[in-house]
Design a protein around this ligand. Sequence first.
Ligand SMILES: Nc1ncnc2c1ncn2[C@@H]1O[C@H](COP(=O)(O)OP(=O)(O)OP(=O)(O)O)[C@@H](O)[C@H]1O
Length: 784
Amino acid sequence: WTYFVVTDSCMLLFSAGESYEVVVRYMLNHYGFFPATMYFEFCPDLASSAPFCIVREMEATARTPLAVELGPVAPYKPFQVVTYKPVDTIIVEGVPPDRYAQKGSESLLKLKNSLINYSYHDCVTYYIFVYYILSFLYFIPRGLLNCALKMKNYSHRFHLLLHLEEIQMEVDIRKYDLHKQTMTQDQSNRKLLTLGVPGVAENRPSVLRGDCLRVSKSEDTVQPITVYTGYVHRVELDSVKLGFSKRLLQTFISNMKFDVEFTINRFPLKLQHRAVELAVKHQLEEVLFPSAHSRQSSLLPFISILFSRMFNRQLENNPEQHAAVECIVAGSSKPAPHIVFGPPGTGKTVTLVEAMNQVSRVDPSAHMLACAPSNSACDLLCERLMVHMNPYKVYRMYASSRDPNSKYCNLDPTQNGFVFPEKEVLMKYAVIVTTMVTAGRLVSGGIPVGHFTHVFVDEGGQAVEPECIIAIAGLLNPKNGQLVLAGDPKQLGPILRSPFALQHELGLSLLERLMNHNTLYQKCLDSGHFDTRFVTKLLQNYRSHPAILKVPNELFYENELQVHADQWDREAYCNWEYLPKKGFPVIFHGVMGKDEREANSPSFFNVSEIEVLVDYLIKLMETQGKKGLPKLSAKDIGIIAPYSKQVEKVKKALKSVSALSDFKELKVGSVEEFQGQERKIIMVSTVRSSISYVKMDQDFNIGFLSNEKRFNVAMTRAKSLLIVVGNPVILNKDPTWEKFINYCVNERGYTGFDFKDAEGEDDVVSRLATLRISTASEGLYSYT
Ligand SMILES: Nc1ncnc2c1ncn2[C@@H]1O[C@H](COP(=O)(O)OP(=O)(O)OP(=O)(O)O)[C@@H](O)[C@H]1O
């Protein structure tokens, strides 16, 4: 090759029709995906005319064999959205999963259909949309939404907000309808048909066991069209198994094409509608809108004598936790709720668990309901309760929608599903642990009003108020019952779709509403302190190394959080040889990856980030138990990724780590699955690497960018080592991430790709955008 160096002062001269070949070489120091922009400036006539440019975009990828193996199985091909037309139909009912609607505790108190009762089939998107706009402009009593929430307007206002949310859900779910899809007969159960639903693991669309889908044969064009309802028997990563009527199974042949319509599951919504009505019926005003004058006299001095010893001895060193347990057991806030709040790792869950143990000891006849919005948070509560409580006193109740492979209390293997025992059986347990929504089954099952002397709600900031009320209205004794709410409004909150419902504060949890709007839960202006009978604020973090907490503490907790984690535990990885800086157990590993999709799944993955994660994992396994490092098991490590496809690919990659024999014990999951959890080592893969998808993340409320609550939860799970892998150029566009990356750079915890260069590249691109240029894409140069 002969090279010619072209500069401003040393130009290359061309005659018309002449060409010059430009060879580009990439020198890569890291694996990853490296786009680059190259521009050529041409001066047609040196003396007079203005120069013009031609721009070429180039990309290079460098991948290990593992990354090649994890790469897309097929090019991404999004589903086409089908325009739906109303048609005359005949409905053929399908077969729900076995024992889905168990007798026993079921349906003694019926659920009403909600006020807006339209048939799904008539719900053409535009109709809903028009209805939505019209109803909002003309019919909705605006005063109801604009005035403060009171007991007088409690049920009306929540009915309205829940309807607004439901209408938006109806509009949103239409986007997932499928056209000309094939199904296959399930090999293990030939009565079921399998339908591929890409994105189902990420709730796009949200489908649970027991939900129903409607399908019609694509070739069926003569009206009335036969529509078959299929019930979901099982949800898998990218597919669902459906139970249809015999009529469809008998005529089913492979490769038959179907149009599929998803429906929203109205069960949780109906429960919420019923709960807000019951709250009014059972006069929960003193629980939901407590005031100082309704307070009962406290038994506190008497109770303090009753227990001087904690079941969990650790709590004895923390006066706030100790006092909270005393207040709860004494019922000193009754009938007002007691709130335990505080940043991550400050012992909110252990305080609730201790209070439950003490209540059970002081009053063996007490009946407690322990709830949380998610099953993973309920499992954690249950696990911690079992440490000191007689297991026969505790009942973990799962919803029928839960995969029957879970091995817990109300699973009946002979019936391949969850059973709901008779109310007499349930009423014998001292503690029932269940999600708020499933607590609605206790009301339906006829558990008498006021049966529960105590209701404990963990992660209370994560649920909308009507969801929380499901576990209270009709179950808690409105006069003598004690409600305890624990949570942190700065961690993940409820997910809502309707902008109107959001605007009118349906997104506010009961815990947050009380803290924001009720003076009993606010600091006293004179003393500057909370009234500890009503509020316990925990500030001592027992989980993490201070370096891990630094940024969340500054961003979300005004630096109030104090580090009290055991020194030996929190410093366990401070001397790890692979830390960029000894003594600073936080790593940000910059990776120029590519966020890809495959086949027709809308979810994202990034193989370059997985390579880095696996590399760290191998290093961790190789060094464990050596040079003062603790022995590690897979249970000590957690990997968090914001997209289900990345979770799936990481799980696949873990099989290749031979040093990790029990890799199934290593939890890989979304931030939502990690709320309330902790691990010695947490690795986070942020995945996002293209700026063009950031808007999509905002619209679907997915990913890490523009969601500081998700950032907060992910960053505060690690005890002694936090490794974050991500694209610094993209993440730096978000102020929260920018702060974290700057922190890592300044503390010398940053490693990997040198992003300053890429930011320079960014500048070039924006400068080019201001020029009059023509662009064209070049081919992909690939080094494997
Ligand atoms: N008083 C204490 N002394 C020592 N360790 C404690 C104390 N209280 C809590 N811990 C420990 O701190 C860790 C965090 O506790 P816990 O999970 O209850 O916190 P949390 O506030 O519920 O966290 P999150 O907000 O993340 O859900 C646990 O390992 C727990 O055992």
